[in-house]
Design a protein. Sequence first.
Length: 142
Amino acid sequence: MDDRWTPVVAELRERFAADTDVVEVEAYLSAQGYNRRQIGEILSLLYSDTVPTNGWGGMDGARNAPLRVQGPHERGRFSAEAWGYLVMLHASGAVNQNDFEQLVERALVHVDGRIGLPEIRALAEDGGYDDGAMGGERSLIH
């Protein structure tokens, strides 16, 4: 873990439950004055160390695969919230590494311009990974 974010991640773990929506954590970090890049790094670290229990779907116990970081071609496309949401899905066990990669590729191919949280949630719901879509806020993915 990046030493500069260790105290921030520790504070977030004390402040928020493990199943807290990533949007709520992102809003808190934004209110604390962190920029989008910093929030993305913090969320990646926060959710990368989470190990799901055996009862959660999509995982056979502790995750063995390393955390996937964005490539240069992806950094400009995904918002911090969208990438944090993907990391949260992977960390929670809702998606395995293969499904994570498929969601990333589908987003890159099917979404024009910046990929935000509504777009990635719509893709996750379409793939059966997220049943809690945001109703009217859902984006049309073509």
